[in-house]
Design a protein around this ligand. Sequence first.
Ligand SMILES: [Zn+2]
Length: 398
Amino acid sequence: MEDLEKKIYAYALKNALAHEGKAMQGPVISSLFNEGLKNSEVGKYAKKISEIILKVNALSPEQQEKEFGKLKEGVSERETREGLEELPNAEKGVVMRFRPSPSGPLHVGHLISNFISSLYVKKYGGKFYVIIDDTDPKTCLSNAYKEIPKNCDWVFGNVYKYFNASDRIPLYYEYAEKLIKKDSAYVCTCSSEKFKKFTEEEKNCPCRKLTAKENMERWKKMLDKSGFKEHEAVLRFKSDMKHKNPAMRDFPLARISETPHPIQKKKYNVWPLMNLSVMVDDIELKMTHIIRGKDHMDNAKRQEMMYKVLGHKFPWTFFIGRIKFTDLILSKRKITAAIKEGEFSGEEDERLPTIASLKKRGYKPEAFAKFVEQRGLTEVDKVMDSKEFFNLLDNFNK
Ligand SMILES: [Zn+2]
C-alpha cells in the first residue's frame, strides 16, 4: 500500500506541474488506472487520493519540482490524456450520429457508447444527428418521441437535427429496390425454421434463384396490404450462404408487421430492419465517422457489404468497449416494465440510471463529457459497479 501511496503522490505531483501547481483528482485517478488500479478500488482510495492532492497543491512549484524529481522514475511516461485523441480525416469537420430506439428511457449505457460522437462533433465541427430508430412498431413507446429530444438536447447540447426513421420509410423502400435491381436482394417466402436449416446446412433457399424482375413482383406483393401477410415474406440481402460467419448469411432487410405504429399508424406494413435503415441513413446523411458499441460489429460488416454493392465508401468506424455495470438495470425493457409495475415512480426516479434521473440528481452534462473524454476511444471492456461509477462522476461534477 505504501507503494500505491507513493504512486498517487508521484502522479499528483506530475499533474500539478502540468497545471500551474494544481493537481486534479480525475486525471490522477486515470493515471492510476494505467498502473493497474481497479475501478472497484477507487472508492477505497478516494479519500487517500484527495488528501495527497491537497498536500501536493499546498506545495510551492519549486517544492513540487523537487519532490517529483525524487519520484519520477516510478511514474509512467505515458501522458494522462488531455482531451480526445484525434480522428483520421477529421480536419474539415465530421458527421456523426446516435440512433436511440424509442423502446424505453435513455440511460448511462447510451452515454457511454454515444456521448463521444457528440464530443467529436464539438471538437471538429460538423453535424451530430439523432435518429430515433422507430421501425419496429412492436417496441415503440409514444412518450419516447418527446423524451428523447428533451434528454438529448440537455445532455449533448449540439444535436444538429432529429429524425424519426419511420418518417423515412419511402427512402428505405427506394434503397431496397435498388438492391433488388442489382440482384443483391431477394424476397424469401420460406418459413423462418426452414431458412434457419438452410443457414446451418450452408444451402441456398429456392427463392435465391429468382430473377430481379420476379423479386420486384414479390416485393410489390409485400407492400400490397392485400398481398403477403406478416411472416409470409421477408426481404433478404444476398450475401453468401457459405459465409464463415453464419450471422452474415443472407440476412434480412425488411419484413412485414401489421402492428399499428404510434406515429405512422397503419400507413406502412413493410418495415426495414436495422441494417437497411442504418445503411440508408448513413449514406444519405453522409456520415464520415461512426463510433459504435462492440455489439454492433456484425451489423457494421453487414452494412459494409451493402455499401460495397451500392458503390459507396464505408465511413471510418470504431467499436468502443462496453462498461458492464454489475448492479444497474440498463435494459430499457426492464426499466419500462418496472415503472409500469410501480416499482419506480417514473423515468426520473432517483434510483434509476436514466438521463432524466441523473439530471434531477444534479449531474451536469460536463461531468459525463469529462468521464467519456478521460476514458477516450478504447476497445477495452470494463466491469464497474454503480458506486465506482458515481464516485468518478462525482469527481467530475464539481
Ligand atoms: Zn426462401
